[in-house]
Ligand binder design. Structure first.
Ligand code: ZN
Ligand code: ZN
Length: 331
């Protein structure tokens, strides 16, 4: 898209994009060999960086990586990751449940600490993605350049990270007027830089104090906690979030009818906190649970369930069996 391009008509602030059965699906690669090759490329793309991180962990274990760093990194990943999945995505974008003021602000802050941009911008981009998924106007479709192997490779890069560099920004007035009108959200937006700073600094502070008390030296402990708990944790979470836009619109299972190429990708379920059940999500965008079938791990749904039990989330839109059945692909 170039600056000034007019978007095709679509619902504006909709949080429940209805099906349009009349619209044909995008063409898919026809050759099996080519599809396998593309899957292999994708698998390499997912696995190699993760192996590199794991390998550096093994090499550095004992002096450049302590089990304390792992605990800190996982804890911050869990909190900021669910800030995105439960907060930015299921709550602010899709209204899967209702929450009081305190919970609303806490979710906005936790999501901002993932450093994926301020909440209003994130929500506007994502609502636009649902309004135009895999069509002109979608900010990040891997099918943007076509369906040949080369076009898909280029499209995957665009959907994964390239789109973030687009000069054109999503119109927040059109896609997120509710959040623009919310004074609390506005304040968290303004303090995004502080959330980012805390997210970077807090793991180092925790690691430094913890390591100092344990007699491991506060400075060295703070440094390794910063590397693993701040830098590596943020990088991994960014790639996992972006993988939902790239990989989960390119390959995987499609048990539900949608008007796009969204797919369920089980290897990403745990690390994406349930967001990789992306085909169901596009079939039923407001549902609070995305992993609706047996053994489909969805920790974000668990968190929402916990918030509901604590009285912090109400009117939760749990998936309804009849709604799901109506959207299942006939076998
Ligand atoms: Zn999607
Ligand atoms: Zn969504």
């Amino acid at each position: 898209m170039t600056a000034g391009t007019t978007l095709p008509d679509a619902p504006t602030t909709t949080v429940d994009v209805e099906e349009d059965a009349s619209r044909p699906l995008q063409a898919v690669p026809k050759s099996r060999a080519r599809a396998r090759f593309e899957q292999l490329m994708l698998a390499t793309f997912i696995v190699v960086p993760l192996l590199a991180v794991l390998a550096s962990g093994v090499v550095l274990w004992g002096y450049g990586l302590h089990w304390r760093d792992v605990v800190i990194a996982v804890a911050f990943y869990w909190v900021t990751g669910h800030g995105i999945t439960v907060g930015f995505h299921r709550y602010f974008t899709h209204g899967s449940f209702k929450a009081g003021r305190g919970t609303r602000v806490a979710l906005a802050v936790a999501g901002s600490m993932a450093i994926e941009g301020p909440v209003t911008r994130w929500v506007a981009d994502h609502r636009r993605h649902h309004a135009y998924s895999d069509r002109d106007g979608d900010p990040h479709s891997p099918w943007r350049y076509g369906t040949s192997t080369g076009a898909l490779a280029k499209g995957l890069w665009h959907a994964h990270v390239g789109w973030l560099f687009d000069v054109e920004q999503t119109d927040q007035q059109r896609f997120a007027p509710d959040l623009l009108a919310d004074r609390d959200v506005h304040r968290v937006n303004k303090l995004f830089w502080l959330c980012a700073l805390v997210s970077l600094a807090l793991p180092a502070v925790v690691g430094g104090v913890w390591g100092g008390l344990a007699g491991d030296g506060w400075l060295a402990s703070a440094a390794t906690a910063f590397f693993w708990g701040s830098l590596v944790r943020i990088a991994v979470l960014h790639h996992v979030t972006w993988s939902i836009n790239s990989i989960c619109h390119a390959v995987g299972e499609r048990p539900f009818q949608t008007r796009d190429r969204s797919a369920n990708v089980w290897p990403l379920a745990i690390i994406s906190m349930g967001e990789s059940w992306h085909n169901l999500h596009h079939a039923d965008p407001t549902a609070a649970r995305h992993g609706v079938d047996r053994f489909q791990v969805d920790t974000s749904a668990r968190v929402i369930w916990g918030l509901e039990r604590l009285g912090l989330a109400t009117d939760v839109r749990w998936p309804k069996p009849e709604r799901l059945d109506a959207r299942r692909v006939a076998r």
